[in-house]
Design a binder for this molecule. Structure first.
Ligand code: ADP
Ligand code: MG
Length: 486
């Protein structure tokens, strides 16, 4: 029997703030020593009082604005109560009924909400040494560096239809968080964590949604895909065999590529949510929302649409720039150096620009382990190089050499051509391209030459020499013109 899949995502992202959510301990995800960035507040000592991190609140508001969500007049924090060593207060400060953002949309998927909470401590299960009893050897260590780090949680409506859409959604959200500068959102580093709610129901009109299973412990985009695919198949097999899907939390096992039952799903009332008495409600009227709105950069989907239209690049070429904002900026700056006639969407120069940027320039940066910021190649000089290639003044072979020299010297390609002895243009392939242009532009001398006037040939060679600023190899030029006109 065919089934219709339904997927909703819950995505957490650690915010990139200087300090933690409710105290001034450093939020430093790179800190390797355990329990360094801690204080009585984030280690949950009794009697301590939290203070709200303004930047964290503003970050969530900016995310909400970018996603077209609604901001409430008043938002508040709540206690989510549970007992576990990663949260010594025995509650997490989170948001329940008044999150910072309601609704919004991303990739056509409706969002339920975006809220702010604190991350928990990191548990490390380790071998405790040489005790005789195995049970005593297994110890769990707690690192509070992560405890109290501001955490965004975004919840989608069950609008997602398959694993590919779920992955695209998560990738686009990651890109947005990076554009906004609110999170590095690296899944492998645990900075972005995806939980997938998955259900299936029979394919007939009016069939209600099936029982959902929540899959946790998903640490890469590949795992998002694998976990959903596996769960869809598993649930279909359960239903096919006449059984019911159990509502539960399962964990993705990346080694065995299966989901494993963890616990029967708790519901909201198990957490006994209640308003956090130690924090005042957040009055959004007191936040300068206009300033936050103005602070939004061009968003990924806006840039994507503009690039497709302005440059006439392919979807794949466009994406290579959208995914790398510094590359996109370099591309645009180089483009802006082009003459007007080279700027029409899909022009030869634009095609050369994207190709040389994505292959030669990126290759050179990778080889030198440098990035766009410390590269000596300016967009202006890169544009000059592209024009030289487009006008057939240099071959792709010499373009590579010149580019390398540009990255070493910071000089423009003309200066390098002049000083490096590369000026003598003898490459028949390059000269032929140029000669063809000159032949097309001068029909009269061409006709004269064909009637036997040798002088006409000198005229054409002279034209080529002028274009090459005297740097063409005259013998090769003569030969090329004779071949083309012969
Ligand atoms: P709970 O109260 O169990 O946490 P929610 O209604 O808050 O459930 O939904 C949690 C997530 O599960 C959301 O992302 C939502 O879109 C998704 N979801 C809800 N119902 C289903 C379903 N039947 N199948 C798949 N996902 C679902
Ligand atoms: Mg829920």
């Amino acid at each position: 029997m065919p089934y219709i899949p339904t997927i909703g995502l819950e995505i957490h992202a650690e915010l990139k703030t200087k300090t933690k959510m409710f105290c001034d301990s450093l939020n430093d995800p790179l800190e390797r020593r355990p329990n360094v960035n801690i204080c009585p507040i984030c280690t949950g000592h009794p009697g301590t009082l939290p203070v709200i991190n303004r930047v964290a609140v503003e970050s969530i508001i900016r995310v909400g604005m970018a996603l077209g969500g609604d901001l409430p007049v008043i938002s508040k924090f709540d206690r989510k109560n549970y007992f576990y060593p990663d949260i010594p207060k025995a509650y997490q400060i989170s948001q329940y009924d008044l999150p910072l953002v309601f609704g919004g949309i991303l990739n056509g998927v409706r969002l339920t909400r975006v809220h702010l909470e604190e991350d928990t401590a990191r548990l490390q299960h380790a071998d405790g040494g040489d005790s005789a009893k195995k049970s005593e050897r297994r110890v769990s260590l707690v690192d509070f560096n992560r405890a109290g780090v501001p955490l965004m949680e975004l919840v989608t409506e069950p609008d997602i239809k398959n694993a590919d859409e779920a992955v695209s959604f998560a990738k686009e959200l990651q890109l947005l968080l990076r554009y906004l500068g609110v999170s590095d959102a690296d899944m492998e580093k645990g900075q972005m964590r995806v939980e997938a709610n998955v259900s299936i129901h029979p394919d007939f009109p009016g069939s209600p949604l099936g029982t959902k299973v929540e899959v946790k412990n998903i640490n890469s985009f590949k795992a998002v895909h694998g976990a959903i695919q596996y769960e869809l198949k598993r649930q279909a097999e359960v239903l096919d065999s006449g059984k019911k899907v159990v509502q539960e939390t399962r964990g993705w096992d990346d080694v065995d590529q299966v989901t494993v039952s963890q616990r029967v799903k708790e519901s909201a009332h198990d957490y006994r949510y209640f308003p956090e008495p130690d924090l005042p409600p957040l009055d959004l009227g007191k936040i300068d929302l206009k300033a936050l709105k103005i602070s939004l950069p061009e968003l990924p989907w806006e840039k994507r649409a503009r690039f497709l239209k302005e440059f006439g690049l392919s979807a794949v070429e466009t994406e290579s720039l959208i995914q790398d904002r510094r590359a996109a900026q370099f591309f645009e700056e180089a483009f802006s150096e082009f003459k007007l006639e080279h700027r029409t969407p899909g022009s030869r120069e634009i095609k050369l620009l994207i190709n040389y940027l994505n292959t030669d320039l990126r290759g050179l940066l990778a080889e030198k382990e440098s990035n766009w910021d410390d590269s000596k190649i300016s967009p202006e000089h890169f544009a000059d190089l592209i024009v030289l290639i487009s006008e057939n003044k240099i071959t792709s072979r010499s373009a590579k050499d010149i580019l390398r020299r540009m990255s070493e010297t910071g000089l423009d390609p003309h200066a390098i051509l002049a000083t490096e002895g590369l000026e003598q243009v003898s490459d028949a392939e390059v000269l032929r391209g140029m000669a063809m242009g000159i032949i097309a532009a001068h029909p009269q001398p061409v006709a004269d030459f064909k009637k036997g006037k040798e002088n006409a040939l000198q005229f054409l060679v002279g034209k080529a020499m002028a274009e090459l600023k005297g740097k063409g190899n005259p013998a090769v030029l003569q030969k090329v013109f004779r071949e083309l006109l012969g």
